[in-house]
Design a protein around this ligand. Structure first.
Ligand SMILES: C[S@@+](CC[C@H](N)C(=O)[O-])C[C@H]1O[C@@H](n2cnc3c(N)ncnc32)[C@H](O)[C@@H]1O
Length: 263
C-alpha cells in the first residue's frame, strides 16, 4: 500500500479504497459540530476567531451522528486487529462520538483529557473557561488485547512516573501555528505537535502506518515523519492539503526516540 501521501476527497469515500486490516493507528480530529450561531466579541469589541468553517456545520445532531457512524465503520474495518484509534473532540461532540464508537464495537482504553495551559477566556463571563478537550483511545474490540502501548517509554518521558490520562499541553500558538499570507491562522483548529507526539509515541512502533481521515494542516503527518512512522492523510479541502504537503516536505530534522525521552 502506498503511504506518506495525502488523499484529496471525502473521507468516507476515500476510506472505502483502503483494504481491511491494514492500518496500525488512526488519529481522527473530526468536525466538532460546534453550532456557533452568533459572532463572538471580546470586551474591547474585537471579533473572536471561532470555528465557523462550513466543514464544521451540520443540519442536526442526527446528520452529525450519521456522518460519524459512516466514517467510524470504515475506520474499524481498516484497523489491524492489533491497531487502535484515537478520536479527539470537545463537549460539543465527544459524548456523541464516544457512544457511537461503543455501539460499533470499539473498546475504550482511556479517555485522555487535554488540559489547555493557555485556554481562550470565556469572554462573556457566562460559564467556566473551557480548558479541556477529550481524546478517546480505543482498541478494535474488547477481545483484542494485543494493541500497542509503549508503557515504559511514556513512563520515562514522564520523569519515571506513570503517565496519567491528563496531559498539560499549550494550544498551538507562536512559531508552530501556520499563518497565511495575510498573517492570520491558516486553519482554525491546528493541533499542537506535542499532543500528536504523545499519541504516536505511546501507541505505535517505528514504520507503523498511521491514518488521519481529517488531515487539516497535517499535524499527524508531520509528527509521524519526525518519529519515523508512515502516514496516510485524507482531507477534503485542497488549500489545506497544499499547506500540509509544504509543511511535511520542509521537515529535515527527525526525532530520535531516545533523544526525545531524555528531554
Ligand atoms: C478539526 S480539523 C483537523 C485539524 C488537524 N488535526 C490539524 O492539526 O490541522 C478537521 C479537518 O477535516 C476536514 N474535513 C471535514 N469534513 C471532511 C470529510 N468529510 N472528509 C475529509 N476531510 C474533511 C476539514 O477540511 C478540516 O481540515
Amino acid at each position: 500500500m502506498q503511504t506518506n501521501m495525502i488523499l484529496h476527497g471525502d473521507c468516507i469515500e476515500k476510506l472505502k479504497e483502503i483494504p481491511d486490516n491494514t492500518i496500525d493507528l488512526i488519529f481522527a480530529d473530526p468536525p466538532y459540530n460546534m453550532q456557533l450561531k452568533n459572532i463572538l466579541y471580546r470586551p474591547n469589541n474585537t471579533k473572536v476567531a471561532g470555528v465557523d468553517d462550513t466543514w464544521d456545520k451540520f443540519e442536526s445532531f442526527n446528520e452529525y451522528d450519521t456522518f460519524c457512524t459512516a466514517w467510524l465503520i470504515e475506520c474499524r474495518r481498516i484497523l489491524k486487529e492489533t491497531g487502535s484509534i484515537w478520536v479527539i473532540g470537545s463537549y460539543h461532540n465527544i459524548f456523541r462520538v464516544g457512544a457511537i464508537m461503543l455501539n460499533l464495537g470499539f473498546w475504550i482504553l482511556n479517555d485522555v483529557t487535554w488540559y489547555k495551559i493557555n485556554p481562550m477566556p470565556n469572554f462573556l463571563g457566562t460559564r467556566f473557561t473551557n480548558a479541556t478537550e477529550t481524546l478517546v483511545w480505543c482498541s478494535k474490540s474488547a477481545y483484542t488485547k494485543k494493541y500497542t502501548f509503549n508503557y515504559k517509554m511514556m513512563k520515562k518521558y514522564n520523569g519515571d512516573k506513570q503517565m496519567t490520562s491528563v496531559w498539560h499541553i499549550k494550544l498551538c500558538t507562536g512559531e508552530e501555528r501556520i499563518k497565511g499570507s495575510d498573517g492570520k491562522k491558516a486553519h482554525s483548529t491546528q493541533k499542537p505537535e506535542e499532543l500528536l507526539k504523545r499519541v504516536i509515541l505511546s501507541s505505535t512502533h517505528k514504520d507503523d502506518i498511521i491514518l488521519d481521515p481529517f488531515f487539516g494542516t497535517g499535524t499527524t503527518g508531520a509528527v509521524a515523519k519526525k518519529l519515523g512512522r508512515q502516514f496516510i492523510g485524507i482531507e477534503s479541502e485542497q488549500n489545506y492539503i497544499d499547506i500540509a504537503q509544504k509543511r511535511i516536505d520542509s521537515i529535515t530534522t527527525l526525532w530520535e526516540e531516545s533523544d526525545w525521552i531524555e528531554k
